[in-house]
Design a binder for this molecule. Structure first.
Ligand SMILES: *Cc1c(COP(=O)(O)O)cnc(C)c1O
Length: 229
């Protein structure tokens, strides 16, 4: 998409967020937009930055490393969220580069992030990803283990553990999944709930999302592979 088209779609999303917040009797600003730029070139990120969007989500450490660190000095308000399955051997890159890791989903990764944060002297804010639909191909801690895992992460990471994240199964009504995530966050007194994507972010806002992750509705269809660097 052109830079102008990206600016226009961002404005349209912001308007839909306002309407959804009003309908849910939530204050404007209760929900922040994470613009998911995976598989889109750095130009698309620059267009969004030019339109006042500073929070981005990327799935892959390698792709994020090519696109974002070079922009930091020009855009000090830029915030990078890692939203894809994170391998333990990428934890150090993620700790160096990201402001938020939304996909803390297993004890081995908690160990790796703790070690990496020590080495880097930098610990991003963390969300625990929950596999709310129990899908075998999807990342996330299972519902049955979520409470204990959140507790152990809280003990280890303290206030840097800020919330929960989830991706409902495509075939399901997302609302029960959103409701579950909201109650999980409330039970643990966690302020952030990351849920809702291009197709369902308004329902997520209705259910209490504080972060929505929107890609296609901002940047258009994704390429089939990451941009060449
Ligand atoms: C790609 C992705 C999104 C964005 O999805 P769209 O349907 O393009 O809005 C959101 N969250 C995660 C975890 C993703 O991988």
């Amino acid at each position: 998409m052109t830079g102008l088209a990206i600016a226009e779609s961002l404005n349209a999303i912001r308007e839909r967020m306002r309407v959804a917040c009003t309908r849910a009797a939530r204050p404007e600003g209760a929900v922040r937009l994470v613009a998911v730029s995976k598989f889109h070139p750095q130009d698309a990120v620059l267009a969004a930055l030019g339109a006042g969007q500073y929070v981005f989500g990327e799935n892959r450490v390698q792709e994020a490393r090519a696109k974002f660190p070079p922009l930091r000095s020009r855009f000090p308000d830029l915030q990078l969220h890692m939203i894809g399955t994170l391998q333990t051997n990428k934890a150090r890159d993620a700790c160096r580069m990201a402001d938020v890791i939304e996909t803390l989903d297993r004890p081995a990764l908690a160990d790796a992030i703790a070690r990496a944060a020590d080495q880097e002297g930098r610990l991003p804010r963390l969300l625990v990803q929950v596999n709310t639909g129990g899908e075998p191909q999807k990342s996330g801690i299972g519902r049955d283990a979520a409470d204990a895992f959140i507790e152990s992460c809280r003990q280890r990471f303290g206030a840097q553990l800020v919330g929960v994240m989830g991706i409902p199964p495509e075939k399901d009504d997302p609302i029960p999944h959103f409701t579950y995530l909201a109650s999980l966050a409330a039970r643990h007194d966690l302020p952030e709930i990351s849920m809702g994507m291009s197709n369902d972010f308004e329902a997520a806002i209705d259910c209490g999302a504080t972060l929505i992750r929107v890609g296609t509705a901002i940047f258009g269809q994704r390429a089939s592979q990451p941009p060449a660097t």
